[in-house]
Design a protein around this ligand. Sequence first.
Ligand SMILES: Nc1ncnc2c1ncn2[C@@H]1O[C@H](COP(=O)(O)OP(=O)(O)OP(=O)(O)O)[C@@H](O)[C@H]1O
Ligand SMILES: [Mg+2]
Length: 195
Amino acid sequence: MQPQSVVSELQEHLPSMLSMDAQELSYQLQQHQAKIFPPQARKSLRAFSPAEAASFIGIGEGYLRQVAADGHGPEPLANGRRLYTAQDMDRIRQVLDERNGAPKYVPHRRAGEKLQVVSVMNFKGGSGKTTTSAHLAQFLALKGYRVLAIDLDPQASLSALFGHQPELDVGEGETLYGAIRYDSPRPIAEIVRAT
Ligand SMILES: Nc1ncnc2c1ncn2[C@@H]1O[C@H](COP(=O)(O)OP(=O)(O)OP(=O)(O)O)[C@@H](O)[C@H]1O
Ligand SMILES: [Mg+2]
């Protein structure tokens, strides 16, 4: 074959070969992820001991016990112990604020206070940016703050840490790009996911 005809042969077939390789790679990646994270497997957060819950809410353990005994806590387990989920803690904060007659336990912005943006930055790769972001987001959420974690990394490792697998769970236009693109952007609320 003449060199010229080899080049034109390549030019003709290369795009379809690359496309087939990409499809195969994507398929293998999905199979691998389906094996590690079975379909419908949802990440969940553990429940917390009374001491941990009291500390997150910002009250003493004795007071928490009393609030739970008043019917505002989780049902006790067979051994009589109570374990508190993040939702239980949020509900108790609301009950305490209602009792108080003033917002104290549910964190909130006062007039004139701005939304706080926390960025985790380091030039070095693999230095713990994503890990720090995930722990910070989770800690603030457990303290009762409303937290929006924004993952701008195309590898989406923060999303994966919260249980959203980019290859499986995130469709076309469902990333932040879907909300900020010029052509028919989607409302940001449609992009945000609960964890
Ligand atoms: N405090 C820590 N102690 C030990 N290992 C850690 C700690 N923080 C992060 N790691 C580990 O270090 C590795 C890199 O962390 P991470 O992915 O958070 O870094 P990154 O800065 O987001 O990386 P990239 O630049 O690739 O986005 C991970 O395997 C993580 O589990
Ligand atoms: Mg990272």
